[in-house]
Write a protein that binds this ligand. Structure first.
Ligand SMILES: Cc1ncc(COP(=O)(O)O)c(C=O)c1O
Length: 378
């Protein structure tokens, strides 16, 4: 089944009882048993399993070409569930120097006190990744590609080889690309995590996350902890993400098209000192991105001349771009990573330049978006 078809049909049979063509929202906590242990459709308690969540999980597994998916309450809940399933105190993980700030906070402030150390390296440098491995201790290489907010690219297939050579897992945060643009499991990754809050949900109306894997043993371990730790996605949130996923392909095509036009505008603008976008031939990861992605995505970061004050002015002067954290929705957003999404990494190896602006390019008409940026920059 092709991607667009799976997005609409995987896990989404018409409801057997009523014929409803969309999976119903099973807003319920428990299921009647016909005698002790007599489950009607395998469901007993909605933390352990819920039909709406199952529908989403089946769809996500199909979209990432995995075998099992686990829908969680947020992207960070997915990360925590996965990492505390596969790591033990004393283990070590290798992470990118520009991971999402919240992921870094999880590594540094939650996992480290639990006894798991990490090393942050520029993962576009594979020798640096190899050098960061602690023999016998490194159990996970964590990567984002493209990264948030610098849009760096790492070579997923090569990182998988490095991880597997030391019996570690490669985990890819695929939030920025979405499964439509990039399928890490096909490139050798062991697990994919998502903030489904972003492109998969697509409408800035839900917080959610997911893990997708292929290996049965890993799936069993995560399934056990999904229930035992309980960071599940609720039925209405699952339904919203499933509804978003149906249009992911067409939305991503337009996000990419609009982003490309904005990149062309910014590159030519004399108040812009640098544009970060993996679709630019001058981007150091362009060739790898071309190989492992279908297109280059809807996120664009750029630096303005005049330092932090100039960057903050642009964020203030836009009218159509909404100043807000998050990304991947139909509406265009602008943010200042150093003071907003990445404030938690100030002073660490993951600190970002303070003249950097990040755009989540939405689906409005491109002429309106460019006019808004032109006005804010001039
Ligand atoms: C790349 C990336 N990963 C993970 C997350 C965390 O997701 P959530 O906010 O759904 O917990 C985010 C949130 O911004 C993100 O951008």
């Amino acid at each position: 089944m092709k991607f667009e078809t799976a997005a609409i049909h995987a896990g989404q049979e018409a409801d057997p009882r009523t014929g409803a063509v969309v999976p119903p929202i099973y807003q319920v906590s428990t299921f009647k048993q016909d005698g002790v242990g007599g489950l009607r459709a395998g469901y007993e308690y909605a933390r352990s399993g819920n039909p709406t969540r199952d529908a989403l999980e089946e769809c996500l597994a199909a979209l990432e070409n995995g075998t099992r998916a686990f829908a969680t309450a947020s992207g960070l809940a997915a990360e925590d569930l996965l990492l505390r399933t596969v790591l033990r105190p004393g283990d070590h993980l290798v992470v990118p120097t520009d991971a999402y700030g919240g992921s870094y906070r999880l590594f540094a402030r939650v996992l480290e006190p639990w006894g798991v150390k990490h090393t942050a390296v520029d993962q576009s440098d594979l020798d640096a990744v190899r050098a960061a491995i602690v023999p016998g201790k490194t159990k996970v290489i964590w990567t984002e590609s493209p990264t948030n907010p610098l849009l760096s690219i790492s070579d997923i297939a090569e990182l998988a080889k490095i991880a597997h050579a030391v019996d570690a897992l490669l985990v890819v945060d695929n939030t920025f690309a979405s499964p439509y643009l990039q399928r890490p499991l096909e490139l050798g990754a062991d697990a994919v995590v998502h903030s489904t809050t972003k492109y998969l949900g697509g409408h800035s109306d839900v917080i959610g996350g997911a893990i997708v894997v292929r290996d049965d043993k890993l799936a069993e371990q995560i399934a056990y902890n999904h229930n035992a730790m309980g960071p599940i996605a609720g039925p209405f949130d699952s339904w919203l993400v499933l509804r978003g996923a149906k249009t992911l392909a067409v939305r991503m095509d337009r996000h990419c098209q609009n982003a490309r036009a904005i990149v062309d505008f910014l590159v030519a603008h004399d108040r812009v000192s640098e544009v970060r976008y993996p679709g630019l031939v001058t981007h150091p990861g362009h060739e790898i991105a071309k190989r492992q992605m279908r297109d280059f995505g809807g996120m664009v970061s750029f630096r303005v001349r005049g330092g932090i004050e100039a960057a903050l002015q642009v964020c203030k002067r836009v009218e159509l771009f909404t100043l807000a954290e998050s990304l991947g929705g139909v509406e265009s957003l602008i943010e200042h990573p150093a003071k907003m999404t990445h404030a938690s990494v100030a002073g660490s190896a993951l600190e970002v330049p303070d003249d950097l602006i990040r755009l989540s390019v939405g689906l409005e008409h491109i002429d309106d978006l460019i006019a808004d940026l032109a006005n804010a920059l001039n």
